[in-house]
Design a protein around this ligand. Structure first.
Ligand SMILES: [Zn+2]
Length: 212
């Protein structure tokens, strides 16, 4: 152990990371009269759990095939978190009506960790931060643009895939988001940094100012 991480920083980081996942979220919105109001939203974890419960129906039998693709990811997200957190802190404590994962994380955050645990806790913090970000992306999907061109890698121009309601629709194979361009057919990914090469391969010009 290096012992270079001050203990208070470790527990504060853990508390923040747990809060990012299971804490209420401050939320501001602008009313029709132009007034900005703030309130609280459910946590990322609670919103995704509720969304999944609504889509899976009462009884909660897990039938991933009937879920729209975005919510297959949601199901993976919940399963990964529930399983990993149960490994970190097996005893969920007394039932207070909260999901076991929420109880486990609260107990984890309230615990005083010995210096020899700090490195392991830093890894937990990384996982928690990653899950919170991925969860927010599931709840607020990134804006995408479609590129009407054949993929330079596999030649596909369109794909048929289920939309968020599960209906099969035709979509452009090349989809652009802030993370880059991805072919939905062969899953080749181009980072924004190589758009110039991609544009050359597609035989089109990048509009002035886009990449400068
Ligand atoms: Zn392709």
């Amino acid at each position: 152990m290096t012992g270079t991480i001050p203990p208070r920083a470790v527990s504060a980081d853990l508390e923040d990371a747990v809060h990012a996942l299971i804490g209420h979220r401050l939320h501001a919105h602008t009313d029709r009269d132009g007034q900005t109001r703030s309130g609280y939203r459910e946590s990322v974890y609670a919103e995704i759990r509720a969304e999944l419960a609504a889509r899976l129906g009462e009884g909660g039998s897990l039938r991933p095939r009937s879920l729209p693709p975005a919510w297959v990811e949601g199901l993976d997200w919940i399963t990964t978190i529930d399983t990993t957190v149960a490994g970190w802190w097996p005893d969920p404590g007394p039932d207070d009506g909260q999901p076991e994962t929420v109880r486990r994380l609260n107990l984890l955050a309230a615990h005083t960790w010995a210096p020899e645990d700090h490195e392991a806790i830093a890894w937990c913090v990384d996982d928690l931060e990653h899950w919170a970000m991925a969860g927010k992306a599931l709840l607020e999907p990134v804006r995408r643009w479609e590129l009407v061109a054949a993929c330079p890698s596999c030649g596909a121009q369109t794909v048929h895939r289920p939309d968020s309601s599960g209906e099969y629709v035709r979509q452009a194979a090349l989809q652009i988001s802030a993370q880059g361009c991805e072919c939905l057919s062969c899953h080749t990914h181009w980072a924004p940094a190589v758009y110039r090469l991609l544009a050359a391969a597609l035989g089109c010009d990048i509009p002035a100012g886009v990449m400068e």
